[in-house]
Design a protein around this ligand. Structure first.
Ligand SMILES: Cc1cc2nc3c(=O)[nH]c(=O)nc-3n(C[C@H](O)[C@H](O)[C@H](O)COP(=O)(O)OP(=O)(O)OC[C@H]3O[C@@H](n4cnc5c(N)ncnc54)[C@H](O)[C@@H]3O)c2cc1C
Length: 458
């Protein structure tokens, strides 16, 4: 943009900043799969520990040494079966899990050579291999029980629960508000982590066991109610994730160009042609978690020239892992710590910048503004300061049907049982780690508990 044009309209948001080849490269698989030789060589580095700490560190307790041993002997289908028996979404978890803080951090090889076994990549090698086979179905459904279970939400928690119940011979109906299944695997996780149509392929694999029907465009609180589901089904599982987004609490938050990061990521993930998705030249991201990192990297990869992520505390307090922060920086994202947004600056109804105030901790460790400010120009500002669970679909006649926790999520016991008889819940709509692997585990545990409850009822 010329200087004169810039003075007239400082906002520079445009589509097609890059060539088609650059978009394809920027949004292709960030960690390409291992080939056979590298996989076998890597598998042979494993010490196959007794009481392996990596199993403990995996939230779904995959028997990691066993699947790695199978890879080393070229029994790759067997390896995938071991993985999927513990974690039916082992394929997506191999791509999105923060392994550097889970299984790979616990790997004994760290202390020996400073290089953990590449567990995530081996897991991907095995599951990708299975999905590419014609005889991929490794699970069989038990004889039909005649029991019907309703699941709300076709994200990782709902799909994992559905598969567990379908294997036991129950009939499952998933009510999903969106047009596609997969939850954030389909609509939220960075495109370069679950590249191509992997989320859909994994869902197809899960459904292939039979006995699971997904009804899209069916939202709890709109087309369906919890009371009706409880009447019509033998049990209900809620895996609705978190739909709400925290506001910045600033004036002028409705300026054009100020967006929720998750909404923009959803558009990006569903875009048929990334070259048609407009992005600013100057992008500011506010937040310190996965979502903030993901929107920052993806807008940079869409061709934004200056992307600055601003977080109110230090690097160590960011919920995004050290690995993710480093990845953002190597992608050209500037991370600015110890600053909080004070004012959104606008021009003719559109955001043009953000004023920040430096922060520090007071003597009691409380975060406070220092009074010193600075501004960053912005054509787009993304809010990524946390998602919240929206409980309105659980309200009927003005009252909550279920008990919520202090943090406003659905209260559950260790089996995922809610305060309402016959209703279980799991994943992001309950408390715990907001990770795909945690949601899969919640769905798995709830399926076991529901199956047990249905048998006891009989
Ligand atoms: C931007 C972003 C990046 C992330 N990156 C990672 C990552 O790299 N690694 C990682 O492990 N985790 C990551 N996460 C977290 C991870 O995606 C979630 O923890 C996980 O998807 C939770 O699964 P879930 O099934 O509980 O919820 P979701 O995946 O949110 O699925 C919930 C489903 O319920 C549906 N639904 C909601 N309300 C209703 C209703 N009223 N009626 C019917 N259906 C409804 C939704 O449409 C959705 O399909 C990320 C999250 C975000 C937002």
């Amino acid at each position: 943009m010329s200087k004169a044009a810039e003075a007239e309209n400082p906002v520079d948001i445009a589509a097609g900043r890059l060539s088609a080849a650059q978009y394809a490269e920027n949004f292709s698989d960030v960690a390409p799969p291992l080939d056979r030789n590298s996989a076998v060589t890597e598998a042979n580095r494993c010490l196959f520990c007794f009481d392996a700490p990596c199993i403990e560190a995996c939230l779904t307790s995959i028997d990691i040494p066993v699947f790695i041993k199978k890879i080393s002997t070229d029994n790759v289908k067997g390896a995938a079966t071991t993985i999927l028996s513990a974690n039916i979404m082992g394929g997506s978890c191999s791509r999105v899990c923060p392994v550097e803080e889970l299984c790979e951090e616990a790997c004994v090889r760290n202390t020996q050579s400073g290089q953990p076994i590449k567990i995530g990549q081996l897991q991907r090698y095995a599951t990708d291999h299975l999905y590419s086979r014609k005889d991929a179905q490794v699970f069989t459904r038990k004889p039909a029980t005649g029991k019907k279970i309703a699941i709300v939400g076709a994200g990782p928690a709902g799909l994992s629960c559905a598969h567990g119940l379908a294997r036991e011979g129950h009939n499952v109906t998933i009510f999903e508000a969106r047009p596609k299944a997969g939850g954030l695997n389909e609509y939220g996780i960075a495109a370069y982590k679950v590249a191509g149509n992997f989320a859909q392929r994994e869902t197809d694999f899960i459904l292939a066991i039979g006995g699971i029907e997904i009804k899209n465009g069916q939202a709890l609180g709109q087309q369906i109610t919890l009371s009706q589901l409880r009447k019509d089904y033998d049990a209900v599982f809620l895996g609705m994730g978190m739909k709400g987004v925290n506001a910045l609490g600033l004036e002028a938050e409705n300026l054009q160009g100020v967006e929720n990061a998750v909404d923009y990521i959803e558009k990006l993930r569903q875009a048929k042609d990334l070259g048609k998705l407009p992005v600013g030249r100057h992008v500011v991201v506010i937040g310190g978690g996965n979502t903030a990192i993901d929107i920052a990297i993806q807008t940079k990869r869409l061709g934004a020239e200056y992307v600055t992520l601003v977080y109110r505390r230090g690097a160590g307090e960011m919920s995004a892992t050290h690995h993710e922060q480093e990845f953002a920086q190597t992608n050209g994202v500037t991370i600015k710590h110890w600053a909080q947004p004070k004012k959104l600056i606008g021009f003719q109804g559109h955001v043009t910048g953000v004023e920040f105030e430096y922060t520090q901790l007071d003597a009691n460790g409380k975060l406070m503004g220092t009074g010193d400010t600075f501004s960053i120009p912005a054509d787009m500002v993304f809010k990524a300061i946390g998602q919240t669970f929206v409980a309105t679909p659980l309200k009927e006649q003005g009252r909550d049907l279920l008990q919520l926790t202090k943090k406003g999520r659905i209260a559950v016991n260790e089996d995922g049982q809610t305060s309402l008889p016959g209703v279980w819940a799991g994943g992001d709509c309950t408390e715990g780690q907001d990770l795909t692997v945690a949601a899969v585990e919640d769905g798995k545990i709830a399926a076991i508990a529901i199956n047990r409850a249905l048998k006891e009822k009989k």
